[in-house]
Design a protein around this ligand. Structure first.
Ligand SMILES: Cc1cc2nc3c(=O)[nH]c(=O)nc-3n(C[C@H](O)[C@H](O)[C@H](O)COP(=O)(O)O)c2cc1C
Length: 587
């Protein structure tokens, strides 16, 4: 039934909210590239509430400026009726104060904002090194507080003009699809007319594969009750279509794909909205972009995209620091795509690496114009723009991005697809597995790490066999000040939920170790259930395990009968001994 729903209407793809990236020029670029709707970056309610609206007749923009004159939000006629504004808010009062600045109830279409979205998905803004979202109780923290989330939605709905759609961008609940459904129904009953569901839990890390399979029951359960959109790992036309098929939803949000791939907003079978003009030199409409990629390759299309972005940024007088930042993101994304090609292309034929290096050193808009090769006309227009202040994000952010290959935002599309395929098959998907899937197994004789036993996979398997839901997630990260032993000190603690019951792990030095530990605790708690599956003989008491009469049929019974009983007392004893004391086994 879900698949039928997706098949009946042509899929649409929209630009997802992306902090720092989703300013006016990227939204305009995405509309030219075929996006159905464009989300603003998350706007913090207090900032919007303090801003003042004004119309800039020279530029043709409407601006909300903060007390110091800085732009909080800028829009223009070209995105009218396709603009969604996302709010970061933690309470009804803050949300209402911001909404009053954005909408005039007497003139709902004043600025062309068709939808107001409440961010209930961001766990922490890992995406950029800036504190916001859940820090103040917004984002995923708001979604976690059911009553407060519904009050925010009800207050906004009561205020907003009828023609403005109210939506929430959420993540899947860690407790499973039933819990997600229940929470969504609560939001809809409170007044949400649309929901965008990111197929990750708040506790998932960005490099975890999106949980497409968990979307289908949620989408099917909410059909007809609200406008639904799905999100997560839809990075290009093909994966967007796959996501639509897997979830049964005909509408997707594309975030990283907007920078990674050509024509990301036109799922096969979908139609690109008409573009305002088709100018051979810089047009980025889906048809022109596809032609350039086919004729000259991804790098050539990237140069074109950079130039068009810079033109739109200059025409709307975007903050030059932000312009340089978005261009760097785009270039880095495309360079990673290129590095993942097999065989890797030689040299820097279209100068993408050189352009990225020049952008990092740029101190003026003129430098930016030069870096992307825009010519004298644009250089003249750039003269007199405010200087680009030296900014820590320019250097540190991209160094960090380049080094953290486990970070989803730093992965090329091929790696994300490989990770998803591994997750779908139920296989482990560490970085080494992804590397093997992409590049093949390491050569014979190469040093290989001994494969570790994956307790999380074991827990999932055993829980599934018992018909209960299991998940492991991070619950706590020790602040750096408390990690007295420095980098190697235990910093992460995870929790395993098994059939709705939590099992706490201990602090471990890495997330992976912490996950394994929590899974181990839950596995130990699972023992009685396994005993129930393998019933004891009536004459045998609970604390005496019977000798198996024949070879154990499954790994579980073997583990319980042979390995666990002798190991348990030692492990319990070890837990009582301080780490500083050396323990030797007495034979
Ligand atoms: C740089 C960046 C910034 C983001 N900022 C926001 C944000 O402001 N609000 C939000 O709800 N989600 C934000 N997200 C999450 C995305 O909207 C999206 O849910 C996530 O990237 C998964 O989609 P994808 O696989 O298409 O990238 C951000 C993601 C990235 C990569």
């Amino acid at each position: 039934m879900a698949e039928a729903a997706a098949a009946t209407s042509a899929p649409t793809a929209s630009l997802a909210p992306m902090v720092r990236l989703g300013t006016l020029p990227l939204r305009l670029l995405s509309l030219e590239r075929g996006a159905a709707l464009v989300y603003s970056e998350e706007l913090v309610d207090a900032k919007v509430a303090q801003s003042t609206r004004s119309v800039d007749a020279r530029l043709g923009t409407t601006d909300w400026r903060g007390p110091g004159g800085q732009i909080v939000f800028r829009t223009c006629e070209a995105e009218r009726s396709r603009l969604v504004v996302q709010l970061g808010t933690a309470d009804p009062e803050g949300a209402l104060a911001a909404a009053r600045q954005l909408f005039d109830p007497a003139d709902p279409n004043r600025d062309g904002i068709v939808q107001l979205d409440v961010n209930m998905g961001c766990p922490t803004l890992r995406w950029c090194p800036k504190e916001c979202s859940s820090a103040g109780g917004s984002g995923a923290a708001l979604f976690a507080d059911r009553e407060r989330a519904e009050r925010v939605v009800a207050a906004l709905r009561a205020f907003l003009p009828a023609g403005v759609l109210l939506s929430c961008k959420i993540r899947l609940c860690v407790e499973g699809p039933e819990a997600t459904l229940e929470r969504c129904r609560g939001l809809i009953a409170a007044g949400a007319g649309a929901l965008a569901i990111h197929a990750r839990c708040a506790t998932d890390r960005p490099n975890d594969a999106a949980r497409w399979a968990e979307l289908a029951p949620v989408i099917a359960g909410l059909a007809g009750q609200a406008r639904l959109t799905v999100n997560g790992d839809a990075l290009d036309a093909a994966s967007a279509e796959e996501l639509c098929r897997a979830s049964g939803c005909a509408s997707v949000l594309v975030a990283r794909g907007a920078l990674l791939s050509p024509s990301p907003f036109v799922p096969p079978g979908g139609r690109a909205p008409p573009t305002p003009r088709c100018d051979a030199a810089c047009c980025v409409c889906p048809r022109c972009e596809a032609e350039v990629v086919a004729r000259e390759g991804l790098c050539a299309s990237t140069r074109r995209l950079c130039r068009r972005y810079a033109q739109l940024a200059m025409a709307s007088e975007n903050n030059p620091l932000n312009t340089g930042f978005v261009l760097l993101w785009l270039l880095h994304a495309r360079l990673r795509e290129r590095a993942a090609e097999r065989p890797p292309p030689a040299g820097d034929p279209h100068g993408l690496a050189a352009a990225a290096a020049a952008l990092r050193d740029a101190t003026s808009l003129e430098d930016v114009v030069d870096a992307v090769g825009m010519g004298e006309e644009w250089r003249a227009a750039a003269r007199g723009a405010p200087a680009i202040a030296s900014h820590r994000y320019r250097a540190d952010y991209f160094d960090d991005l380049a080094q953290r290959t486990d970070w989803a935002a730093a992965l090329p599309r091929a790696a994300i697809a490989a990770r998803r395929a591994l997750a779908r098959g139920g296989a482990s998907c560490t970085n080494a597995d992804i590397r093997t899937a992409l590049l093949g197994a390491p050569a014979a004789g190469a040093r290989r790490k001994k494969p570790e036993q994956d307790r999380c996979a074991e827990l999932r398997e055993r829980a599934a066999a018992l018909g209960v839901f299991a998940r492991v997630f991070v619950v706590e990260q020790r602040p750096p000040g408390e990690r007295v032993l420095g980098y190697y000190a235990a910093a992460w603690r995870c929790r395993a939920v098994l059939g709705g019951k939590p099992h706490e792990g201990r602090f471990k030095k890495s997330v992976r170790h912490a996950q394994q530990d929590a899974a181990m605790v839950a596995l130990e708690a699972l023992q009685p259930s396994v005993a129930a599956v393998v019933p004891l003989a009536p004459s045998v008491t609970q604390d005496k395990v019977p000798e198996p009469t024949e070879a154990p049929s499954s790994k579980e019974t073997r583990v319980e009968a042979e390995e666990e009983p002798p190991a348990k007392p030692v492990r319990r004893l070890m837990a009582l001994v301080p780490r500083s004391v050396k323990v030797a086994r007495v034979k």
